[in-house]
Design a protein. Structure first.
Length: 224
């Protein structure tokens, strides 16, 4: 007998001149459904269902068509209790989806400080990058999460890391008008005068986007 479960509708027989054959359903069909349910439960913050599905054999690191795992979904949606459960059960915390995003990058971009702390405590990579070159710090700064910027910088994240366009967290925060993130990056020693591959600095972007408060902050900090 092979490693598949066989369910027989009826023995092979003739019905009104038609042959009905045995039907074989692989166990993988059930496993795929269970894995999808786990990812859905992680997203919806249902720890009881997550625990039940794991007990039934759901693959904790299974991925959907975008290579998203249950941990990534929980991290993105801010489900701290689910993140804790999945990490305790051995979820791979540095797994990447098709865009190169990790659970930490997702949590940072969404501003979920408690989840970031959980992931870092397990050893999640601070400076992993997406396919576009974004780190967790860049994701946090781009979305204006100043507290996350401070946390990641304190934990050793590279404040001057660049994405594929040569843009740093400071450049992106300045461009999008995130005053708190700009101030946090300056406090953490970010280079004020780095230019991206188009020759623009944080100050130049702030001027272009009429971010007057940020222009003043950058100038007062010594940007040229």
């Amino acid at each position: 007998m092979n490693l598949r479960e066989t369910f027989r509708c009826v023995p092979k027989m003739l019905v009104a001149g038609l042959i009905i054959w045995q039907v074989t359903i692989p166990l993988t069909c059930y496993a795929q459904d269970t894995n999808a349910e786990l990812r859905a439960a992680a997203k919806k913050a249902d720890p009881e269902i997550c625990s039940s599905l794991l007990a039934k054999g759901a693959d904790i690191n299974s991925k959907d068509e975008s290579d998203r795992t249950a941990l990534m979904e929980a991290a993105y949606w801010g489900r701290a209790e689910i993140v804790k459960l999945l990490l305790e059960k051995g979820a791979e915390f540095n797994a990447k989806d098709k865009e190169g995003r990790t659970a930490l990058i997702d949590a940072a971009g969404a501003g979920h400080t408690a989840i970031i702390e959980q992931l870092l405590a397990k050893g999640a990579g601070l400076n992993n990058k997406t396919k576009e070159g974004q780190t967790a710090l860049i994701a946090a700064a781009s979305n204006g999460h100043a507290a996350v910027v401070k946390l990641l910088a304190d934990k050793g994240s590279e404040t001057n890391a660049k994405d594929n366009d040569g843009r740093t967290a400071l450049i992106l925060a300045a461009n999008w008008g995130h005053t708190g993130a700009v101030q946090a990056l300056i406090e953490k020693g970010a280079d004020l005068n780095i230019k991206d591959k188009y020759g623009y600095s944080a100050l130049m972007y702030a001027k272009r986007e009429n971010q007057t408060a940020i222009v003043d902050i950058l100038k007062n900090a010594g940007a040229k």
